[in-house]
Write a protein that binds this ligand. Structure first.
Ligand code: PEP
Length: 254
């Protein structure tokens, strides 16, 4: 049985003092929920603060991006080893807010996935289609291509115990989430794709949904058979909203 996973993506928000308030609230509010995994993905400079604040709690932390190289002359990049130095257990890659703005290719993202995995981090691979791609009915083709990039580097077994976050681009930050049926259908497609190559990996792969998850829609989305949790942007900046989403996930497995 896969444990539900709720990931807070703080994007480029926060200051040391604002983070302190949120960390304190998260610890207080999530402390008694022990049947769901929680992660906060913070901007790089706050990894040390996350480590100081969250060590010994039931909340893990991680980053929103990672270099595709292990070490070297890559000015401005942050390596997987550096993330591990600060106790990170998770790292995101391929988020559309990065891949579109910084022209990241599917191959780049796949390399990040593989180096994260090799470094002992749990990769959170973000995949998703644009509104136009959904309108054209090619969304499965688009998602398949994003996953194929990783498959061609590392095979299907690399997805065991990893995380894929299905995030339709049209749903991120818009207030318009996918319907539970739309999301379930894509999650089932993704799991089926991995299962054809490696059944065992497909069973431990957690596929979470991201895109305007809020306290009102969380239970319905996370309650779908192939939806193993949520990746939450805006609502993770409000401890009360985030707690409600986490409670919804917890009740589903209680
Ligand atoms: C995200 O950060 O990937 C995200 C889904 O954001 P939001 O919850 O604000 O749509």
């Amino acid at each position: 049985m896969r444990r539900k996973l709720v990931v807070a993506n703080w994007k480029m928000h926060g200051t040391i003092s604002q983070n302190k308030v949120l960390f304190d609230e998260f610890k207080k509010r999530l402390n008694s929920i022990n049947n769901v995994d929680f992660v906060v993905c913070v901007p790089f400079p706050y990894l040390y603060q996350a480590q100081q604040e969250l060590s010994g709690t039931n909340i893990a932390w991680g980053a929103q991006n990672v270099a595709k190289h292990a070490v070297g002359a890559y000015t401005g990049e942050v390596s997987a080893i550096m993330l591990c130095d600060f106790g990170s257990r998770y790292v995101m890659m391929g988020h559309s807010e990065r891949s579109l703005a910084y022209c990241e290719t599917e191959d780049n993202i796949a390399e990040k996935f593989v180096i994260a995995k090799e470094s002992g981090l749990t990769p959170i691979l973000c995949v998703g289609e644009t509104f136009q791609e959904r309108e054209a009915g090619v969304m499965e083709h688009v998602i398949a291509s994003q996953i194929d990039a990783v498959l061609s580097y590392a095979g299907a077994s690399v997805f065991a115990d990893s995380v894929i976050s299905y995030e339709p681009i049209w749903a991120i930050g818009t207030g318009f989430s996918a319907t539970p049926d739309q999301a379930q259908s894509m999650h089932e497609f993704i799991r089926g794709k991995i299962a054809k190559l490696d059944q065992e990996a497909s069973e431990t792969l957690r596929i979470i949904y991201g895109g305007s998850v809020n306290p009102t829609n969380a239970a319905q989305l996370i309650g779908m058979r192939d939806i193993d949790g949520g990746l939450v942007g805006r609502c993770s900046l409000d401890a009360g909203n985030f707690e409600k989403i986490c409670q919804a996930a917890s009740v589903l497995v209680a």
